[in-house]
Write a protein that binds this ligand. Sequence first.
Ligand SMILES: [Zn+2]
Length: 252
Amino acid sequence: MTIWPKPRQSPLNLIISGDIQLVATVSEIDICQRIRDSVLEQQLAPGTKLTEEALCGIFSVSRGVVRKALTVLANDNIVTLVKNKGAVIASPSTSESHEIFEARTIMENALLRRTIKRADCDAIRRLRAHLAREEKALDEKNVPKWIRLSGEFHVVLGREAQNDPMCEFLEQLVFRSSLILALYGDQGAPTSCKGGEHERIVDAIEAGDLTEATAIMAEHMASLEGLLDFARKEKPRDLASILASAPSGAKT
Ligand SMILES: [Zn+2]
């Protein structure tokens, strides 16, 4: 599973903007991408039913394409398939959530150690470019896009470690963290990474300071987990209103 980088203009984006000629090109990959984006932006709540009929209508595709997409998403633990009931966006339990954050913290630190050893000027430039995109989204008050970019930062960082299996596992953990934040975070306010900490991590990487970088990352993950309130759960929102709307921004 390799999710990033994403195409700047996918066939699905074009369909949403009304280009009928490209309708036939919608694939399970496009559907997966749209659903992943909505999960990462915390727009698609855990527990939301993904009926085949609704997805066929929203994306103008056959049931076969929808089923393939749902199978891929189920393999990534983003969707849960329930026999005779269909698919729902996964809803991690309290114990699963703790396990996911524990696994993510271990993976983040393991990747960070590798990244510090390998980060050259180009790597620092790529990381700072991503930080600039996060800041731009925040300046534009595009909260869903900012939340998505905040999660993507961790994958961009992980990539610099140059270990694909580890990075793919981290990607899955970042998605599952988004589900947890959507489910147990404060729904009255954006629940995402704390401002400034990503920049401090990049500063420490540039300085080659492993102790500082891992300390900030540990603090960062703890503050993210600290946002969770396991007594709280969000009600699922209407599927069509989320998936049929235009994406929150180009994948820049
Ligand atoms: Zn973060």
